[in-house]
Write a protein that binds this ligand. Structure first.
Ligand SMILES: [Zn+2]
Length: 194
């Protein structure tokens, strides 16, 4: 499988307002102080910290710094979030890690997110559908755009509310199964059948 470099797919991310160029001549006697953009970019370091419950593997890596996603970290994430049944790896949409990053900030927690399900091959998804009506046919998991998560010490309902508040994609609440599904597809929500 040819894996696209993350840097090719997501060359740069500007999540800060770029200042308009200063068109005044440089000979002006007093220039205003430089805008704080450089400091902002340097300060925006994002860390992915996830623990896969099926494989016991952990990823603890800075996946975004200096304004760009870090390809090596995204490659490592593919491995940890692979389809554990088939061993297949798939590019994971980095916006998922941004979503987890925001969740972490929102809930003010430090621990690893536990991963109940990451990438799923189409074959694995079809197999799971045979055993559960809860598994969607066109699951965002097949696209590498979804994670089923929990966090020790954090009430699932709290995690669920925090995920909904981000409005970053789909959110499914699975209290009986003990996880919250988050994806970076269209904003929508649902809950596990009682
Ligand atoms: Zn899910």
């Amino acid at each position: 499988m040819v894996v696209p470099l993350a840097s090719a797919l997501y060359p740069r991310v500007h999540d800060v307002d770029l200042p308009l160029p200063d068109l005044r001549p440089l000979t002006m006697p007093s220039l205003p102080p430089a805008p704080p953009i450089v400091k902002k970019l340097v300060d925006d370091v994002r860390r992915a910290f996830v623990h896969n419950l099926h494989t016991g593997e952990t990823l603890d890596a800075v996946y975004f710094e200096n304004g760009v996603y870090v390809p090596d970290a995204l490659r490592a994430a593919m491995k940890v979030l692979r389809d554990w049944r088939s061993g297949q790896e798939h590019f994971m949409d980095p916006r998922l890690f941004d979503l987890l990053h925001k969740l972490r900030l929102k809930m003010d927690v430090r621990g690893a997110f536990q991963i109940i399900s990451g990438y799923r091959s189409a074959a694995t998804n079809a197999l799971m559908r045979k055993h559960s009506k809860e598994v969607a046919e066109h699951s965002q998991h097949i696209l590498g755009k979804a994670l089923d998560i929990s966090m020790p010490g954090v009430e699932l309902a709290h995690l669920h509310r925090a995920a909904l508040s981000l409005r970053a994609g789909g959110v499914g609440f699975y209290p009986n199964s003990g996880f919250v599904h988050v994806d970076v597809g269209p904003v929508r929500q649902w809950a596990e059948a009682a």
